[in-house]
Design a protein around this ligand. Structure first.
Ligand code: ZN
Ligand code: ZN
Length: 366
């Protein structure tokens, strides 16, 4: 079948929108008509040549849509179901079997390397192969092929167009606070970097009933948004505002939980220095630059430092839970979203880079 897709070519830092051929789905596949798909930082990084993804490739990994057709062995969803697509996992390794699919042993192959390239559901342009299966979906396209493992059925009264963002960026930030760092009611939290992931962490801190939620960012517009959705205090770093000192001024003795989304070594250092005794620090990217935690202070303070993938989300339960919270007015992630027609994908990337918008979502005219 024909699909309209955004293709990332080697050496080009913009997407090219083209018509491709998508082969028939296999017996374990799900064909999804994409209604909306979010833009995540990982897409931009892959477009710019990071993460060694094979090219040319169709990226996109925050798809939401309607099940068009399912393979003969699929029982989890049926035609017409509304679904959110999320990261892929094998479902069989020790991590998956133990309820930790975010740490699947096949993560790299399934999400970044077109590990299913010889299976059904591949993309072609004429005789040329275009890589797909990015995060088990490649949803920068009018149709995508997923599998039961990364296809999450959702309630039909929720705004399907924007739900895709829950499949990666939003569940990463929300899950970091709710699952990985398990913030409790009355605890204090500092979020370093309030882009889409950090803002999701702010909303999650509100859900957890945290007493003080401090947002730290170099962009005033993002701090204003953080305040709107529940940050109690904001810190704009500067020569006279060292983040850890500001956090300690706001919360004497330091915070229980610090979460970093900036991927900057100096920010990691500040996050650790913000913690109270037995505080927990979580991070979601490998920092640029040298990061040398002060192990003596960590030991004597009883501090914990944790790497986090996808907010430890078990998508089958966590994504519907976030949607329920949203429908009850307790998780206003729609405030982060700006919708663009799919054709404006390159403009949206510029707008996000300049800080004009927080989280672009591309919609498909039918
Ligand atoms: Zn696995
Ligand atoms: Zn992502």
């Amino acid at each position: 079948m024909k699909v309209r897709a955004a293709v990332a070519y080697e050496g080009r830092n913009q997407f090219t929108i083209e018509q491709l051929d998508l082969s028939e789905p296999g017996p374990d596949d799900i064909l999804v008509r994409i209604v909306g798909v979010g833009l995540c930082h990982t897409d931009v990084k892959a477009l710019d040549g990071g993460m060694r993804v094979p090219k040319p490739i169709v990226l996109g990994h925050e798809g939401a849509g309607i099940v068009e057709r399912v393979g003969e062995r699929v029982t989890k969803v049926k035609t017409g179901d509304h679904v959110v697509l999320t990261y892929d996992s094998c479902g069989a390794c020790r991590a998956c079997a133990g309820g930790d699919p975010a740490y699947c042993e096949q993560t790299v192959a399934l999400n970044f390397r077109d590990g299913r390239e010889n299976e059904p559901g591949f993309l072609r342009k004429g005789d040329d192969r275009i890589h797909g299966h990015f995060f088990g979906q490649s949803s920068f396209a009018s149709y995508a092929i997923s599998r039961p493992q990364n296809t999450i059925p959702v309630r039909k009264d929720a705004p399907l167009e924007i739900l895709g963002v829950l499949g990666c960026g939003v569940q990463t930030g929300a899950g970091a606070v709710m699952n990985s760092l398990a913030a409790k009611a009355g605890e204090t939290v500092a979020i370093f970097g309030v882009g889409p992931v950090g803002l999701s962490a702010v909303m999650a801190s509100v859900v957890c009933g945290c007493a003080e939620i401090v947002a730290i960012d170099v962009l005033e517009s993002r701090l204003a948004m953080a305040k709107e959705i529940g940050a109690t205090r904001c810190v704009l770093p500067g020569p006279n505002a060292i983040p850890s000192e500001e956090v300690r001024r706001i919360v004497p003795g330091g915070v229980n939980v610090a979460f970093d989304t900036t991927g900057r070594a100096d920010s990691y250092q500040q996050a650790l220095a913000s913690l109270a005794t037995k505080g927990r620090f979580g991070f979601v990217t490998v920092p640029a630059g040298t990061f040398e935690p002060k192990l003596g202070a960590m030991m004597l303070g009883g501090l914990t430092m944790r790497g986090i993938v996808q907010g430890d989300s078990v998508p089958d339960t966590f994504i519907p839970r976030l949607i329920d919270l949203h429908m009850n007015g307790r998780f206003p992630f729609d405030r982060l979203v700006t919708k663009y027609p799919f054709e404006q994908i390159n403009r949206a990337i510029e707008d996000q880079a300049s800080g004009k918008v927080v989280k672009p979502v591309f919609t498909f005219a039918q």
